[in-house]
Design a protein around this ligand. Structure first.
Ligand code: PEP
Ligand code: MN
Length: 338
């Protein structure tokens, strides 16, 4: 439920309401607006007398949250959230966030080369995998901590935040030590223990949509992270499994406006994993921006033919550069900067 405080309610009044709710086993999440404060309260309503809360000083009203996801819900917070990912980059808001880099970190030389090029083209966040979820147990699984070290070095050198995936609860603290944004991949979107663990480490989280997940299941996954106290969740639509086989996945462009109606969390599009083929990446990237996405995640490799993972969908740096130029007009048509 949401406790709506009166305009200008004092800090003491807000704290008193939070204390009362906590006493009855509720988790409280205050949201301070310009004039109004609302308190999201998650718990068992049967444990508390609503009238008692309603009569407290400074309380204006109490409304239930109807959706199964509460903290992620637009009912709790109408203004769109932004996520500060460090190095002056904000995801959400007027400037598009472009996460770019290779699928996997293969060597320091390779990563730094691609990182410099994507930065020159206007990317503002570096992406790369150190722990790779691979379909085959015999495929390259990532450089693990060495990969994280390389990414951090590149990020610090170029003054850019870095985003990388964690696959196992046992690596959450290690990844958090290096990364600015922790990625939960599509295959782990419903790994509930991992979601909880990542929600506790205090870093922004990029939550990819599961391979065959509904938007509601995806938002419930975001709720898991947020219920552990981490409100900095960025959603990423990366295509879903359908009967269509001409692309790796089907890019659900409608997920962008639909999630924006249901949640305050920012959402970006990943045309690389959605299409699986580099030549379709520009069209899907443009569609995502035109539909109102807060940013993009794009795989870029200097030698896609030699890439150890996802080469066929990786853009060469020149193609990425061209795409970034083409995106400018679309971004400005929808009121965004690039
Ligand atoms: C990735 O970002 O490289 C990745 C494995 O993505 P997804 O989880 O969307 O397949
Ligand atoms: Mn990949």
């Amino acid at each position: 439920m949401i406790i709506i405080m009166k305009d200008g309610a004092s800090k003491q009044e807000i704290t008193a309401v939070e204390e009362k709710l906590t006493q009855f086993g509720f988790q409280t999440h205050p949201i301070y607006g310009e004039t109004k404060t609302v308190i999201g309260a998650i718990g068992d309503k049967r444990q508390i007398s609503m009238n008692e809360v309603l009569l407290m000083s400074g309380v204006e009203n109490i409304v239930p949250i109807m959706r199964p996801y509460k903290l992620a819900s637009k009912e709790l917070k109408q203004e769109r959230s932004t996520v500060d990912v460090g190095h002056g980059v904000i995801v959400g808001g007027d400037k598009l966030a472009v996460f770019a880099g290779p699928c996997a970190i293969e060597s320091e030389e390779q990563f730094i080369k691609v990182a410099k090029l994507v930065k020159e083209s206007g990317a503002n966040i570096l992406r790369g995998g150190a722990f790779k979820p691979r379909t085959s147990p015999y495929a390259f699984g990532g450089l693990e901590e060495e990969g994280l070290r390389i990414m951090r070095k590149a990020g610090d050198m170029l003054g850019m935040p870095i985003c990388t995936e964690v696959m196992d609860t046992r690596d959450a603290l290690l990844v958090a030590k290096y990364a600015d944004v922790i990625q939960i991949g599509a295959r782990n979107m419903q790994n509930f223990k991992l979601l909880r663990e990542v929600g506790r480490v205090g870093k922004p989280v990029l939550l990819k949509r599961g391979l065959a997940s509904t938007i509601e299941e995806w938002l419930m996954a975001a709720e898991y992270i947020m219920s552990e106290g981490d409100s900095d969740v960025i959603l990423c639509e990366r295509g879903i499994r359908t009967y269509e086989t001409s692309t790796r996945n089907t890019f659900d462009v409608s997920a962008i406006p639909v999630t924006q109606e249901l949640t305050h969390l920012p959402i970006i599009g990943d045309p690389s994993h959605a299409s699986g083929t580099y030549k379709y990446v520009p069209a899907l990237a443009k569609a995502a921006v035109a539909a109102g996405a807060d940013g993009l995640m794009i795989e870029v490799h200097d030698c896609p033919e030699c890439a150890s993972s996802d080469g066929p969908q990786s853009l060469k740096p020149e193609k990425f550069d061209m795409l970034m130029k083409e995106l400018k007009g679309i971004a400005s048509a929808v009121g965004k900067e690039l």
